[in-house]
Ligand binder design. Structure first.
Ligand code: DGJ
Length: 729
């Protein structure tokens, strides 16, 4: 049993292969957080000291125990307004106008397996998954909170969420409902968060947590390029391979908030969930609100191990089941090859040439529908522009399949241009504040996905296209931040529900499409990686990682992404040189090696390639197939430290049985008379004998891990090298 309840002590222990998460309901019914970290086999409540601290008040019933204060006790789901002055997990306004929430323990339930969430993506259960539900109540306002803990023992993961239920007779307004609240009693902590911008997503930044609140998050109606819903709290001296670190990843694609507060005594509280700014939710008597899930994981041996735990849980329990093992097609995407300038004949020429080089799927990007010849018009009109193509989608798809390629199509369902049939017919379907002109971005408006008729329209329109031709893949784009988040269909008092209802509408549409087309592969995208999150990964086994396809920029973007997300989810393509975003010229080999640390594909005009380049691409694709199992299912290691300035980037994959390893290195800065590059490998069997490909001599894993592997002879701008090792004994 991975969930144990010691009734006498009131202690709950959630035990995974290497970790222990512990809490207890004390005599007053406060659900105290006791510990999250490496397994100890101990009741960890001995660490709590009741110290009488000035200005930290006592609940009325405990008024004689001056050391008992909600302000200093570590808690599982902190209420508000009742003497805990740290960031709350939950804020509710009752019909009296009172804003206090005081939750006390009532009951618990331990079950095998797990129930899906009702309307949100969730971490799929497996044979060994167990669920603890802890029931808390605030009797005064009639609020019941069910805290859910799903334990994934072999992945060292605990998934948390909360359900808020109005058991009273009057409406309640939920102002904040976090997915998880984690108190760390002792320690000196750093935070790692992932900031960014369009074309530079998920840049890790490590900050020493100061006293007070440090907050990360998004108000953009999307998880965003700017702040990924994943944070790590770590010991001050944690490195890639040593030290304690705790990850908290929100499974949500909308606005979010991660708060980290170091309080008066140096304790840390981490609260993560839906962004409360701009959010409120009316709960009528009997109604229930469910929060998104937060995926928690702990590693006692640094960031690499923590990342691998996230990679495993996402690969095994988050992405659609059929892609857990299935290999992904090597695709060519038309965007950087042609942008809006194409017809069917051009696309077919791309397809022919792509097939000759060994590619497996052609994806027709933006521009095939409505009046779409640039980004000023047509979004929302999902009817095939046969005039532009010169044929029907059915015919184009048939001809592409006849060449031996699969076929994929781009959509941007949640958006509309003012210059579109859809907007002219339903201007109120776009989000817009009454009396204001909306904010435009890339000439587009955002559809009101909180309205069922909008979701139904999109479902019908997309099905009409998907039914008309054989289409194996959809690229699902989202090219602006949400603003003017006001729905013409909801009353004034419920406008705070729009941002979250928007996400529920999007998830519903994804769900319905996958139900109807179980074989369809959806690749997520949002101007590159603006919605690279576990919520989208529930539907999309891969997500276009960035609109920046420069391999040297991608080194940073893909490395940052790897902290939380598996390589098999990272959309990465070889593009043209000079790169369209930066103008940088890089060797084709380097572009290939960088794209290999992802789903691998191409995004260039094949007609502009020389014969020599075509030959190299053919070899690249063969090589990718040779290593794709290792890349998709192996353990990934970053071989340079976080924020370390080096002349090179290096990473490696090791097969789960440690019999094979692939090391990749890209030179970012070539130097005359520079130092020899020697990289210490990771994850091998210390006493195993590994033969490098093409080499005569075997090396012990210990030698390669302690002494390293020397990469010499690298010359020229942005050269890259790989070393492949096979275990021989
Ligand atoms: C942004 C995406 O990230 C690109 O790959 C491309 O699909 C364009 N949108 C098309 O408008």
């Amino acid at each position: 049993m991975s969930i144990q309840f010691d009734e006498k002590a009131g202690v709950f222990s959630l035990v995974t292969a290497n970790t222990l998460y512990q809490m207890r309901a004390d005599g007053a019914g406060v659900l105290q957080h006791l510990y999250y970290g490496a397994k100890t086999g101990e009741d960890m409540s001995y660490r709590i000291r009741m110290v009488d601290r000035g200005f930290s008040g006592n609940p009325y019933e405990q008024r004689s125990e001056r050391g008992y204060s909600l302000d200093t006790l570590p808690q599982e789901y902190a209420g508000s307004g009742v003497g805990d002055y740290r960031v709350p997990a939950v804020q509710v306004t009752s019909c009296s106008g009172s804003r206090s929430v005081d939750l006390r323990y009532r009951d618990c339930r331990i079950e095998k397996g797990r129930e899906p969430l009702r309307q949100l993506p969730y971490v799929r259960g497996a044979g060994d998954t167990e669920t603890l539900t802890v029931l808390l109540r605030d009797d005064v306002i009639g609020l019941e909170v069910q805290l859910l803990y799903h334990v994934f023992p072999s992945q060292d993961v605990i998934v948390r969420s909360a359900r808020l239920i109005n058991t009273g007779a009057q409406a309640l307004t939920v102002e904040k409902a976090a997915s998880a609240c984690l108190d760390f009693l002792y320690g000196d902590f750093d935070a790692v968060h992932f900031h960014g911008r369009h074309c530079m997503e998920r840049v890790p930044e490590r900050v020493r947590l100061p006293r007070g609140v440090t907050a990360f998050g998004s108000r953009r109606g999307m998880s965003s390029h700017h702040s990924n819903p994943f944070v790590i709290a770590c010991a001050r001296h944690a490195t890639e391979n040593t030290g304690d670190c705790w990850g908290c990843m929100l499974m949500y694609s909308g606005s979010h908030l991660e708060e980290m507060e170091v309080d008066q005594t140096g304790s840390l509280r981490l609260v993560a969930g839906i962004q409360p700014d701009g959010f409120s939710w009316t709960l009528q008597p009997g109604e229930l609100f469910e929060t998104p899930e937060a995926i928690l994981s702990f590693s006692g041996s640094g960031f690499n191990a923590l990342s691998q735990q996230y990679h495993n849980v996402i690969r095994q329990h988050v992405i659609p089941q059929r892609y857990q093992q299935a290999s992904r097609p090597v695709l060519i995407n038309s965007w950087e090859a042609a942008y809006f300038d194409f017809d069917a004949e051009k696309i077919l020429r791309f397809a022919r040439s792509a097939r000759e080089m060994g590619m497996e799927m052609l994806v027709l990007d933006d521009g095939w529908f409505g009046s779409r010849n640039d980004d000023t018009s047509g979004l929302g009109d999902w009817t095939v522009n046969e005039g532009k193509l010169g044929c029907s989608m059915k015919e184009l798809s048939e001809r592409i399949h006849a060449l031996g390629l699969q076929f994929g199509l781009w959509f941007e369902p949640e958006m509309v241009n003012e210059d579109s049939e859809l907007y002219r017919a339903h201007p109120d379907w776009a989000l817009c504040d009454p009396g204001r002109r909306p904010v435009l971005s890339r000439n587009q408006l955002v559809l009101d996905m909180s309205r069922q008729e909008v979701v139904d329209y999109l479902f019908g329109a997309m099905c009409a296209v998907l039914d008309s031709a054989r289409i194996e893949y959809v690229k699902w784009d989202f090219n602006r931040s949400v603003a003017n988040c006001y729905s013409a269909a909801l009353p004034a008092s419920r406008q705070g529900e729009v941002p979250h209802r928007f996400m529920l509408g999007t998830y519903q549409l994804l769900e319905r499409l996958l139900e109807r087309y179980p074989g369809l592969m959806i690749e997520g995208c949002s101007g590159g990686g603006g919605r690279f999150d576990a919520g989208m990964l529930f539907y999309c086994p891969q997500i276009w990682c960035s609109d920046d396809t420069d391999p040297i920029e991608r080194l940073e973007i893909q490395r940052g992404t790897s902290y939380g997300y598996p390589i098999s989810a990272v959309g990465a393509h070889v593009s043209a040189a000079p790169c369209h975003q930066t103008g940088r010229v890089t060797p084709l080999r380097t572009r290939g090696i960088v794209a290999q640390a992802g789903t691998f594909g191409y995004e260039l005009n094949p007609e502009a390639l020389t014969d020599c380049e075509k030959e190299e691409i053919r070899a690249q694709i063969e090589e990718y197939h040779r290593f794709s199992g290792l890349i998709s299912h192996g353990d990934y290691y970053r071989l340079t430290e976080l924020e370390e300035e080096r002349d090179y980037s290096a990473w490696m994959f090791v097969s789960p049985d440690r019999s094979e390893a692939l090391v990749s290195l890209v030179l970012r800065h070539v130097r005359a008379n520079g130092p020899v590059i020697c990289v210490r490998l990771q994850g091998l069997k210390p006493d195993g004998l590994y033969r490098p490909e093409g080499g005569q001599k075997c090396f012990t894993g210990a030698a390669l891990m302690r002494g390293g592997w020397v990469f010499d002879g690298l010359r020229g701008d942005y050269a890259a090298a790989q070393a492949h090792f096979v275990l021989e004994g």
